[in-house]
Design a protein around this ligand. Structure first.
Ligand SMILES: NC(=O)c1ccc[n+]([C@@H]2O[C@H](COP(=O)([O-])OP(=O)(O)OC[C@H]3O[C@@H](n4cnc5c(N)ncnc54)[C@H](O)[C@@H]3O)[C@@H](O)[C@H]2O)c1
Length: 398
């Protein structure tokens, strides 16, 4: 069948199988082009990526596996296709990743399971045993709306809201280009705490404990989880909001994991740049900021995508030799180009005068939309979108 983007309320209902596969291969090719630089570094020997199928997790896995040429185990929660309905983008990306790894002689296992469950942790441990691995890099890159509580079974739901009071700010519909004011009601204390349960560090810690208890964690291993800081204009909705509280918990978890490690484990939070991934487009206000940021960063020649960021995380931070440089709060910073004072003052100045008539000059809504489409396999260069393709087309068999 012909597969065209189906989008409702800025959420994609489908994905293009071949586009998702080609986009995964593009990221792998980006890393492979830098192989010589990786070969000079002492990298990890066995890598686990929790949340491996899209966004920062997929880029991390591509950089680690194809840069350092090491085995990877990836875990994610994706929807498989049927004969009539496409799967989620990460389903195709995982299959494309495993196929590329097999072609390159790299061991890879991809597990489809709910990362919050005990079963998922046991499946990753079983994969490590099967491959004869002990992980010395564990990356936690989950972005999830829900988590069943491991103790009570209660379903915690994360929300992206300011805490207490409501927040009103400008936003843009990336498909119509329409500017509007969006108001988001403040979260209740219960919503904020539920968000910490889902997106905070509790499950990350459970992963580390489970791997350690099973002997699947190497001595002196590294573990990294991802976060975002962004400019103060986004703080009411991000840093000071429900998700920010969860990220503060994640950061505190990193400090605790490192402090109490019997085996020399070092845990870090890496603050990454704002990018368009499946989840970033659903955060209100953020699309206008990100579109303006992209325009400014592209004009200055400092724009990076997911794989460029994760390539830098590997080569310039985690494995550059010696412990990674940290900020005053003990975090790795990969967002220094976004947070550069000149970039930020230009973004702020533009956002204060943006209107329907100058939107295209001041912001890169087109670029945001293009990235958002590509994340779902659409508008990927080299793909023939006029050709019929079955929804259950399998990158591994292509
Ligand atoms: N997107 C950004 O701009 C940005 C910036 C800085 C930091 N981050 C952080 O990076 C991390 C990853 O975000 P992303 O933007 O790459 O998101 P994403 O939606 O592209 O990826 C999320 C991953 O988590 C997996 N996942 C979700 N629920 C799961 C579950 N229950 N079990 C197993 N796997 C599950 C998905 O399958 C996917 O692999 C998040 O912690 C996010 O806060 C994102």
């Amino acid at each position: 069948m012909l597969i065209k983007p189906m989008v409702r309320n800025n959420i994609f209902l489908n994905a293009h199988p071949e586009g998702c596969a080609r986009e995964t291969e593009r990221q792998i090719a980006y890393v492979e082009a830098r192989r010589a630089d990786y070969a000079r570094l002492a990298g990890p020997r066995a890598v686990l990526v929790v949340g491996c199928s899209t966004g920062y997790g997929l880029a991390t896995r591509a950089a680690a596996a194809f840069g350092f040429r090491v085995p990877t185990v990836g875990l994610s929660f994706e929807r498989a296709p049927t004969a009539t309905k496409t799967g989620s983008p990460g389903w195709y990306a995982n299959r494309a990743f495993d196929a590329a790894a097999a072609r390159s002689g790299l061991a890879s296992r991809t597990i489809d399971a709910d990362a919050y469950s005990q079963g998922a942790k046991q499946a990753a441990i079983a994969a490590a045993a099967e491959l004869g691995l002990r992980f010395d890099l564990v990356v936690y890159s989950l972005a999830s709306p829900v988590r069943p509580d491991p103790a009570t079974g209660e379903l915690h739901r994360s929300v992206i809201k300011p805490i207490g009071k409501s927040y009103r700010g400008a936003t843009v519909d990336v498909f119509s280009g329409a500017l509007s004011k969006a108001e988001i009601q403040g979260a209740t204390e219960a919503e904020a705490e539920a968000t910490v349960k889902v997106m905070g560090g509790e499950d990350w810690e459970l992963w580390i404990e489970a791997l350690r208890a099973a002997g699947a964690l190497a001595e002196g291993a590294l573990t990294v989880a991802y976060s975002y800081v962004g400019p103060s204009l986004s703080w009411p909705i991000y840093r000071d909001g429900t998700i920010g509280r969860a990220k503060a918990h994640l950061e505190a978890t990193a400090a605790r994991l490192s402090a109490s490690a019997p085996d020399g484990l070092r845990a870090y939070v890496s603050i990454n740049k704002a990018l368009v991934t499946r989840s970033s487009a659903v955060i209100p206000i953020i699309p206008l900021y990100v579109s303006t940021l992209f325009k400014v960063m592209k004009e200055r020649g400092v724009h990076e995508d997911c794989v460029a960021q994760m390539d830098r995380l590997m080569r310039a931070r985690l494995y550059a030799g010696g412990p990674p440089a940290l900020d005053a709060e003990g975090r790795i910073r990969l967002d220094e180009l976004e947070m550069d004072a000149k970039v930020q003052s230009e973004v702020e100045a533009r956002m204060s005068r943006i209107g329907p008539y100058n939107l295209a000059q001041l912001a890169d809504v087109e670029g945001f939309r293009g990235d958002f489409l590509r994340v779902h396999g659409f508008e990927v260069p080299g793909v023939d979108y006029a050709a019929e393709i079955p929804p259950d087309w399998d990158p591994a068999g292509a």
